[in-house]
Design a protein around this ligand. Structure first.
Ligand SMILES: *[C@@H]1O[C@H](CO)[C@@H](O)[C@H](O)[C@H]1NC(C)=O
Length: 291
């Protein structure tokens, strides 16, 4: 099978998984349910649970297809670390974007009646009848531009640092099936601690794809103007934060693994199981992570 063909199939997979199972569908679905029911069918916490559990099941579904990352920030970090080929990055990012766009379209279709009834047929970005926030991030009224930038850099740095730590088999090997659950727990952690400024977007594709959808679906150019032209912050800041988090982990933890001399005695104590979890293994695992 040609490389191009294989790449296309892989990106098709990640697109499909992103479309049907990922945060957009379940996370936005959770938000749509809360907003359009005016809080009678959920609250902030149910939205966070939806996002976290959506990620758990998205990862369980997609993890069989190696390399199907679901966050361009994660893909970029792996490229920078030399664990993923740069040439795949554009196609991956594009499929994430298209998948998130279609995920948003699916949520709109499913909640069409509810959204129309909720707002009296008007598709609004701000005010008590706003529905654009179902699909992508908008800053809270109190949030300044710099505050938003800091919020996103800090949140994504922490997120990626934890993602990379979960991947690092030498930092305490995890049972394979526990992995998606822990990523979900991480997302819930972020949601309950860093969600009130701008809803912790963390994923540029997940933010821009749905924003483009709302732009063409009738919310109009206000989706780009709102919050003083906020739209690019959840795209740029996560890349900065993600690299910061990854590099921090590499320098503080991973580099430490590599320079710690392993005495033969230690190897005997830990047995062959430990030797099996070598660098190559943890690198391969890193390439399979789906966030
Ligand atoms: C919000 O939508 C309702 C219809 O669900 C409408 O009666 C109400 O006037 C709208 N409020 C504002 C502020 O637009």
């Amino acid at each position: 099978m040609g490389n191009l063909h294989k790449n296309m199939i892989q990106s098709k997979y990640s697109l499909l998984f992103f479309l049907f199972m990922h945060l957009q569908l379940i996370g936005s679905g959770a938000a749509a349910q809360v907003v359009t029911s005016r809080g009678t069918h959920g609250n902030y916490l149910t939205i966070q649970l939806g996002s976290a559990l959506g990620a758990v099941f998205g990862i369980f579904v997609a993890r069989g297809v190696s390399g199907a990352h679901l966050n361009p920030v994660y893909s970029l970090s792996l490229c920078v670390l030399g664990r993923h080929p740069w040439k795949k990055l554009p196609l991956y990012s594009l499929s994430h974007l298209v998948g998130a766009f279609l995920g948003a379209a699916t949520v709109y279709l499913q909640y069409y009646d509810a959204i129309q009834t909720f707002s009296g047929g008007e598709l609004l970005v701000a005010g008590p009848n706003a529905t654009a926030g179902i699909f992508c991030s908008y800053p809270a009224d109190h949030l300044s531009f710099w505050g938003g930038l800091v919020d996103q850099v800090v949140a994504t740095a922490l997120f990626l640092l934890c993602c990379v730590a979960l991947e690092d088999q030498r930092n305490g090997p995890l049972p394979d099936g526990l992995h998606p659950v822990l990523v979900g727990a991480l997302i819930l952690t972020m949601g309950v601690s860093m969600g009130s400024n701008c809803g912790f977007p963390l994923n540029p594709a997940r933010d821009l794809g749905p924003r483009l959808f709302t732009f063409v679906a009738g919310w109009g150019e206000e989706v780009f103007k709102a919050g003083g032209g906020w739209w690019w912050v959840p795209i740029v800041a996560p890349f900065v934060g993600g690299l910061l988090g990854t590099v921090t982990y590499e320098l503080l933890i991973e580099a430490h693994h590599q320079t710690t001399p392993q005495s033969p005695q230690q190897e005997t104590i830990l047995g062959s199981g430990f030797k099996g979890l070598n660098n190559t293994y943890s690198r391969t695992k890193a390439n399979e992570i789906l966030m």
